[in-house]
Ligand binder design. Structure first.
Ligand code: PM9
Length: 460
């Protein structure tokens, strides 16, 4: 049978012009931004792959929802729609709305963590670990070793290593572990999924010790797609059923709705236990907003309720979304550039430690490579290495993750295949001239989440 291509299950109704700049303009812009792509003006960016967070295109149905949002201060109809969507799609009975993912992480950490606690997790995420440490906890990484190896072709590099988890429980005692923090489609590992079998085994182990499992379900949809593709027995499941199944092995979840949920702002904490929900709501009113809007307007909640349902309305959306990421990853891999493989769900991650092998880690190779790609083509990516990892709050030294990556994260339903071709051509061109790229040093290092606002200069 002849092969038939698939394409996106939507067509374009409105367009937004993109700024085209010269190399000279970009050289000036990156100096002005202190070699940090977070500090660039978006008017100086051509193809923006800084993040897939809050950058997706909403559907006409979601835009219509903005008009129908109920802006009542209390008891908004749009909040009810949001709770119904969370209960139907994720299966959690209690929804605590927040302005975005880190708002939910803040509330959860404050409710469950007592100073001195230990929170095991399958690799850290920047804001998640910040809130765990801010609440007095200590994060311990229990992801499988393959997650730290860019070339290991393991289908589930997001899996929890159950032996590592058991060792942490044995060492500190279950009573010091309020919950295990389990991320779906692990961002810092390159958008790598965990298997349902591993999640179920993690949940069982935790239950035996009376420890809760809290998901970061921010990219549960993309994880569900990989389970359907790779885990025996689930080929015929819909992603809708798989997302519910994933969440069934947890006691609750934090979600940044700016990713899978297809909105530009929003998030929530969702739990099963009404007592945890009660405590969360009492903090929510102090830090986020009333318990029926958190940090969102009524229209935000209406668009979000629709986005949650839309992401699982058939499998075609996620097939096209992950398919586009794989398309870009395959082009870059074929150009000989080292990347994390298998290609993940939300972006392509270039192995900067290998590309810039002439630079020591303390000269921030991924930061330098990200800046070089921007100067070449106006394509904006993000550093995900030693700068993102920050410093150990006790020793003050850099955290030194094994992965030193440039992330090209793809917004959902925004760019075309030709944009991806241009990105791959630029990465190939920078790779050819990689030996000319110099290392960087800090000229300003912020105290918290330093990667957002840090400034650098090239080392002579
Ligand atoms: N992720 C990202 O670009 C945006 C901020 S960090 C550069 O990948 C997970 C898995 C995330 C995430 C944000 C958050 C925080 C929690 N968990 O940004 O606060 O990827 O909505 O969510 C970003 P908020």
């Amino acid at each position: 049978m002849t092969r038939r291509s698939w394409a996106e299950p939507w067509r374009i109704k409105m367009v937004e012009p993109l700024p085209i700049t010269t190399r000279e303009q970009r050289e000036k812009a990156i100096v002005a931004a202190g070699y940090n792509t977070f500090l660039l003006q978006s008017d100086d960016v051509y193809i923006d792959l800084l993040t897939d967070s809050g950058t997706s295109a909403m559907s006409d149905h979601q835009w219509a929802g903005l008009m129908e949002g109920d802006e009542a201060y209390a008891g908004s109809r749009s909040f009810r729609h949001l709770c119904e969507a969370v209960a139907d799609v994720y299966g959690y009975p209690e929804t605590i709305p927040t302005h975005q993912g880190r708002g939910a992480e803040h509330i959860l950490s404050q409710v469950l963590i007592t100073p001195g606690d230990v929170i095991p997790g399958n690799m850290y995420f920047t804001t998640t670990r910040f809130h765990q440490e801010h609440a007095g906890g200590r994060f311990v990484d229990v992801i499988v070793d393959e997650a730290h190896d860019t070339e290991a072709l393991h289908p589930f590099k997001g899996n929890v290593d159950l032996a590592k988890l058991q060792a942490v429980i044995d060492e500190v005692g279950a009573e010091r572990i309020p919950y295990v923090s389990v991320e779906t489609n692990v961002n810092m590992a390159g958008g790598q999924p965990m298997s349902l079998a591993n999640l179920e085994a993690t949940y069982d182990l935790c239950r035996r010790h009376g420890i809760l499992v809290m998901l970061d379900a921010t990219r549960a949809l993309e994880n569900a797609w990989f389970i359907k593709q790779r885990e025996a027995g689930y080929e015929d499941w819909s992603v809708a059923d798989l997302v519910r199944r994933i969440c069934s092995f947890s006691d609750g979840a934090t979600v940044s709705s700016k990713k899978d949920n297809l909105v530009n702002i929003g998030g929530f904490l969702a739990v099963r236990d009404p007592e945890i929900a009660r405590e969360a709501r009492s903090l929510l009113v102090a830090f986020e907003g009333l318990h029926t809007y958190g940090g969102m307007s009524g229209r935000d909640m209406e668009a979000l309720a629709r986005g949650i349902r839309e992401m699982v309305d058939g499998d075609d959306h996620v097939r096209a979304r992950v398919g586009q990421v794989e398309y870009l990853g395959d082009l870059i891999h074929k150009a000989g550039v080292p990347i994390i493989r298998p290609v993940g769900g939300h972006g392509v991650f270039i192995d900067a430690a290998k590309v810039l092998a002439h630079l020591p880690r303390d000269e921030f190779p991924a930061q330098a490579l990200t800046a070089a790609v921007y100067v070449d083509s106006g394509v904006r990516g993000m550093e995900r290495g030693i700068v993102s990892a920050g410093r150990d709050p006790v020793t003050g030294d850099h955290h030194r993750p094994r992965l030193e990556l440039v992330r090209l994260a793809i917004p959902r339903r925004v760019y075309t295949q030709s944009h991806m071709d241009v990105v791959a051509e630029s990465i190939g061109a920078v790779y050819e001239t990689r030996e000319q790229i110099r290392g960087l040093r800090f000229t300003y290092e912020p105290d918290h989440l330093r990667f957002f606002q840090a400034r650098f200069e090239p080392i002579a």
